[in-house]
Design a protein around this ligand. Structure first.
Ligand code: NAP
Length: 262
């Protein structure tokens, strides 16, 4: 049987882990797609492509040629547009879709979290009085904080944001996850951070700042995830991690081989 062609929409730890699981597995011919946002992405050990498809239309075309038998949307939980596109392209093409989404973080005893719906609400939740803020929300979501210039921001992202997108009192540090709790605690203490603003990304790679904030009794303003795409009757499946995605693929492969045997 020819290997099953799998397009993985990546940009998350889960997508990278799935690429590692698929490397060398001759049941599958996978391609990992990256948006091309980070300057020096960690490249996967499987074939990959970089850059947008050109909306739903472009993605649906790609699924026909070069072509895929299965679509796995394993983008970051905040990559809402790409998820919507994946659902719509799967609907148009009839290609089975698996959505991989890691669970959101939930508070434990000692957490001082304020959940907010979006970045503008996070900026408002900082209040009027100047505060020292650790801001880890990604490069493209800084605009609301330019409108709250009374705070001193320490901004951490993988690549530095463009200088013109920064609030007036901002310092940038670039770093790539995973981060450990001891380092996060040192950072919060050394920079005299008073409040952390972040997204509810979930997962282990960036959770240590929450544990460090808890240990230091610091409040956290947590931007909740965008709503899941409307499946509108589409029979998309769900997994929470790379192992779940691999099990789904293995079952699809087994079913296809069984069909060939009868
Ligand atoms: P988005 O708003 O949902 O997507 C915007 C556009 O970027 C999409 O319409 C698509 O362009 C292109 N795109 C996104 N993911 C792609 C992929 N895997 N392969 C090819 N094109 C892709 O996404 P975003 O929030 O800008 O995030 C961009 C990338 O960074 C994603 O891969 C995401 O997983 C990753 N990321 C995002 C966050 C976050 O907080 N948003 C955090 C960490 C990593 P076309 O319409 O032209 O196809």
């Amino acid at each position: 049987m020819a290997p099953l062609r799998v397009l993985i929409l990546g940009g998350s730890a889960e997508a990278s882990a799935l690429a590692r699981l698929l490397a060398g597995d001759d049941r599958f011919a996978p391609v990992l797609s990256l948006a091309g946002r980070t300057k020096a992405p960690v490249l996967p050990p499987i074939p990959h492509r970089i850059g947008g498809f050109g909306g739903v239309e472009g993605l649906a075309q790609w699924l026909g040629e070069p072509g895929a038998d299965f679509l796995i949307c394993a983008t970051h939980p905040f990559a809402a547009q790409m998820r919507r596109n994946a659902v719509e392209a799967a609907r148009r093409t009839g290609i089975p879709l698996l959505i991989v989404e890691r669970p959101a973080w939930s508070p434990v005893d000692g957490d001082l979290w304020t959940g907010v719906a979006d970045m503008a609400a996070a900026a408002r939740a900082l209040g009027e009085a100047p505060r020292r803020v650790l801001l880890t929300v990604g490069r493209k979501d800084l605009a609301p904080f330019v409108e709250t210039p009374q705070h001193a921001y320490l901004i951490r992202s993988i690549d530095a944001p463009p200088a013109e997108s920064l609030p007036p009192s901002a310092e940038v540090i670039t770093a790539r996850p995973p981060f450990g709790e001891a380092c996060e605690r040192r950072l919060l203490e050394a920079r005299r951070i008073e409040v952390v603003v972040t997204k509810n990304s979930g997962g282990g790679d960036t959770a240590a700042k929450l544990a460090a904030a808890r240990a230091l009794g610091l409040p956290v303003i947590l931007v909740e995830r965008p709503p899941a795409p409307d499946l509108n009757g589409l029979d998309a499946q769900h997994a929470v991690d790379a192992d779940g995605a691999m099990a789904w693929l293995a079952a699809r492969h087994e079913a296809a081989s069984r069909l060939l045997r009868v």
